[in-house]
Design a protein around this ligand. Structure first.
Ligand code: TMP
Length: 217
């Protein structure tokens, strides 16, 4: 079967990571091979960069260069090979997070981000950029996300930002999603089961829950 690149996005505290296990199970039950990953991260080099990005103070250009450097390694070593094998790639965040956090949150130049995106996501010998086939966007008011995060764990550099930062991040996601059919907006304020039903319905509605050839449905 053709590979499927699915990403999960949303502000910190929106609840996206808590649905990845269920998504993996859903695809595996249909006979699909699943590669799970996350950004920043997904390779030894990118995980090392993740530690720096999440802990070290740095300016927005340095942060953007590091997230895209981590992404390049991840794309070349993990994502492209997995898609070439026909896997479902479930990735917790990808480039939309850069446009939302560095572009929206930090106010960094979106034109520079678009240039880096072209460099990093160009496929060899092809005009098209590597982009997710579907992006599940957990949309939640920053005030509710902050309440959910409070006391949950020791906050990293981003999680400890004020609610105004997350308002800009949320606006960054909304701008990126506008007019992009690959985005599925999920109302992440609903109870967990209702959130899951929205995800399943969106995947089914797009015909993405077909079984791999030869496997039981
Ligand atoms: P996580 O906590 O969902 O794993 O994400 C790590 C943090 O990194 C999160 O606060 C968002 C941030 N981030 C960026 O600022 N830019 C990016 O490009 C990515 C992928 C994540």
């Amino acid at each position: 079967m053709k590979g499927l690149f699915l990403t999960l996005e949303g502000i910190d505290g929106a609840g996206k990571s808590s649905h990845i296990d269920a998504l993996e199970a859903l695809f595996r039950a249909r006979g699909r091979q699943v590669t799970r990953s996350r950004e920043p991260g997904g390779t030894p080099l990118a995980e090392t960069l993740r530690g720096l990005i999440l802990e070290q103070p740095m300016d927005a250009l340095t942060e953007s260069l590091l997230v895209f450097a981590a992404r390049r390694d991840h794309v070349v070593r993990v994502i492209e090979p997995a898609l070439a094998r026909g896997d479902v790639v479930l990735c917790d965040r990808f480039t939309d997070a850069t446009f939302a956090y560095q572009g929206g949150g930090r106010g960094f130049d979106a034109a520079v981000l678009s240039t880096l995106e072209r460099w990093v996501q160009s496929k060899t010998g092809a005009e098209a950029l590597l982009q997710p086939d579907i992006t599940i966007w957990f949309d939640l008011a920053p005030e509710i996300a902050a309440e959910r995060l409070a006391g949950a764990r020791v906050p990293d550099k981003f999680e400890s930002q004020p609610v105004e930062f997350f308002r800009r991040v949320a606006a960054g996601y909304a701008a990126r999603a506008a007019g992009e059919p690959r985005f599925v907006r999920i109302d992440a304020a609903r109870p967990r089961e209702a959130v899951w039903q929205q995800i399943e319905a969106a995947l089914a509605g797009r015909g993405l829950l077909a079984s791999a050839a030869g496997s039981a449905p």
